[in-house]
Write a protein that binds this ligand. Sequence first.
Ligand code: NAD
Length: 459
Amino acid sequence: MPKNTGTIVHESLDALFGDSTFLSELLNDEREKALRSIRSILSTPNHVYKSFLRLPLENGEIVRIPAFRVQHNNILGAYKGGIRFHETVNEDEVINLATLMTLKNALHDVPFGGAKGGVVINPRDFENKELNLICKKYVRYFSGIIGPDKDIPAPDMGTSEREMDWMMAEYKSIHPGENYLGSFTGKSTINGGSLGRKTATGKGVYYSLRYMLYDFLNENKDWLKSQNNRYANKLISWQAKPLKIAIQGFGNVGSIIASEASCCPYLENKIVAISDRNVTLYHSDGLDITKLKNYTKRNFGDLPMNEKELEKANITAKIMPRDDLLTLDVDVLFLAALEDQINNKNMNQIKAKIIVEGANSPITGDADLFLNKKEKIIIPDILANAGGVIVSYFEWMQGRDTKFYTEKEVNNQLFEKMKKTFEVVYPQYIRDNYSLRENCYIQAVMKLSVVLYKQGKLY
Ligand code: NAD
């Protein structure tokens, strides 16, 4: 289980309490009262909406499907967050995910609040026509609370650009004459989606590593030496070091990380292993990513699973059990598949020195504590995988202006935005005694607290 977001808010405020520069205008009792108020505001959502969607099935039966929209906080702008279609969706999970969206947007200076939606279904159990109706009903039931200036949903687990296109179309029918392009993000480009949205998360995840080990390290070499602490010394030890890389997951996020890493002119990378839902492929001299991407494109996203398929793909690799990738002796491990992948059971065996979270919560709370004690560098999800929501913000802006950027413009703006966050959190990580994850949470809670104070919400 990832850490509960209420606990994250509490711990971040505890850390900020001792920082005299934080809300320095408030002293003594007033300061304690303000911190208690912030704690109370940020550890609870503004609204939890639940509906039971009425769905006539293709076989004539009527079913009622539980659906949620949680709006956590909108102090920084309209609520924003994905809609998840999954049979395990529940209220607590949606609240937790909505809170994380508030924190992620605050960290990256995206002018949105945090929200999340969920529908309790396994989408594989439904016909396309039924899924289309579920999407329309979701928009109808929640039509009063969503919209381009109120709450802007996006895809999440079990939903994709197809569902966003359907939902946007329903929003348009319910609100004739209004601006509808900004009502949903993650749409197809023909329907007002942004170029570069599909690759944004993977590109951002790889950039979080490259920036740390190349840009930040080279631009701050003297400063890092002057810090002379264990974090600074460890980072310096990575200078110009060739990297052995393993990537868990070869879907939308993992395959882009692989492409970025394999053609990066700044770091000397060798991708020795990749895995998917079936297998791990390993080659100590490095895998041919272009050939593997071509193979997965032709084979429903799956990697070659046996010698015959490897031959068909013209790939040399050793086939290993799927989860063996996690415990390989590599420098960098990218996690780009599912949550809870490093946990109590395997945390002892993790050999990678740097772990980058492309997926959400791929390391459990306990394992995170353990790996930090082992002095691993963990680049957390909230920092590394924000490319999707950042380009969603660009999509929303483009929809409002009905003026669209080129893919190159989108990518440049994405890197620029992420760089601004790295420039704040990486030096703090070196200076303070907190993990990178804790640092990101503290930074996000600090920003939200100051805005709450300045907008007069603490009276
Ligand atoms: P995807 O469905 O395109 O790919 C998932 C990949 O993981 C596939 O290659 C699949 O075979 C593999 N996989 C599944 N189970 C596995 C297992 N047990 N071991 C190894 N590999 C396994 O999904 P995606 O869009 O690439 O997203 C990956 C993760 O990143 C998800 O957790 C998602 O929630 C998260 N994420 C995605 C985005 C985005 O913009 N796509 C943004 C933020 C976070």
